[in-house]
Design a protein around this ligand. Structure first.
Ligand code: G3H
Ligand code: 13P
Ligand code: ZN
Length: 289
């Protein structure tokens, strides 16, 4: 069933577990996420990026998620969220389309501009009872810092500052906060680690649910630890893309005569669902419904 994100996140906070926010780009990945959530009796957040909206169209991808949530997950809460909205236009469009949550990401701008842009979207979202996520600190990977040379001192410059986080939440009124505590977006060849000391300080400084982005490169047991340290939402995209595409390559190589897209894509749906089930188990959101 399609629910407001607040119903999912409030339950997770009360019961001290973490919820996966999984990126979809199409019908197949949406089916995989929802089937895994149903199998694990877990609430789930499904999110789309601006690039996915450009690829699939806002209405089609919204309807895919909503219809699958309503029909395939009758008793399982599913919420729809905009991931990394970089403009007020995206925020506006997604709210009009019926999303219950949006992310306004102005984290690459100076602090004051980030506050201004975030607050504008928060105020607008709240008029429609939509939750808004803001972002403070920068996450390596897709945000212009792909030239990272493996030096952890470099990352430390971009981590979220706990005191600034407190001021940011107070100044913007965000409902959830995306933080930078060592994770990277995308497929990163180096080591990823969570700075749990910084995470604990941010947790103590703000009372809003915390969102950990770029979680694909984090080992499963560290995801469990992040949940124990008070992260409420964990964003996972790359692991799903890798599972989908690796399986697709295998299927096409092994069954080179196959021409039915449904037969070609079905194993990829299963491969993505398996990853989602594993992540759900480590986040502790299984058997919550
Ligand atoms: O963090 C970003 C998400 O993984 C979305 O990526 O812009 O390639 O869809 P995308
Ligand atoms: P990964 O692609 O590294 O899992 O990050 C996902 C994410 O943060 C989406 O916002
Ligand atoms: Zn992200």
């Amino acid at each position: 069933m399609l629910v407001h994100i607040k119903d999912i996140v409030k339950d997770a906070r009360t019961k001290n577990y973490c919820v996966g926010a999984f990126n979809t780009v199409n019908l197949e990945i949406t089916l995989a996420i929802v089937r895994a959530a149903v199998a694990m009796k877990s609430p789930v957040i499904i999110q789309v990026s601006e690039k996915t909206i450009e690829y699939a169209g806002l209405k089609p991808i919204t309807h895919i998620v909503e219809t699958i949530a309503k029909n395939e997950a009758k008793n399982i809460p599913v919420a729809l969220h905009l991931d990394h909205g970089h403009s007020f236009h995206s925020v506006f469009e997604c709210i009009s389309a019926g999303f219950s949550s949006i992310h306004i990401d102005a984290s690459d701008l100076p602090y004051d501009e980030n506050v201004k842009i975030t607050k504008e979207s928060v105020d607008y979202a709240h008029q429609s009872d939509v939750w808004a996520q803001g972002e403070l600190g920068r996450i390596f990977g897709k945000e212009g810092m792909s030239k990272y040379n493996g030096d952890f001192k470099e990352i430390e410059k971009y981590l979220t500052d706990p005191e600034e986080a407190r001021q940011f939440v107070a100044a913007t009124g965000v409902d959830t906060l995306a933080i930078s505590v060592g994770t990277f977006h995308g497929r990163f060849k180096g080591k990823e680690k969570i700075y749990f000391d910084i995470l604990d300080k941010i947790r103590a400084a703000v009372d809003v649910p915390l969102v950990l982005h770029g979680a694909s490169g984090i080992p499963d047991d560290e995801l469990t630890k992040a949940a124990e340290h008070g992260v409420s939402i964990v964003n996972i995209d790359t692991s799903l893309r890798v599972a989908f595409t690796d399986q697709l390559k295998k299927t096409i190589t092994k069954e080179s005569d196959m021409i039915d897209p449904r037969s070609i894509l079905a194993p990829s749906i299963d491969a993505v669902a398996e990853v989602v089930r594993r992540k759900i188990m480590h986040l502790g959101s299984n058997n919550r419904v």
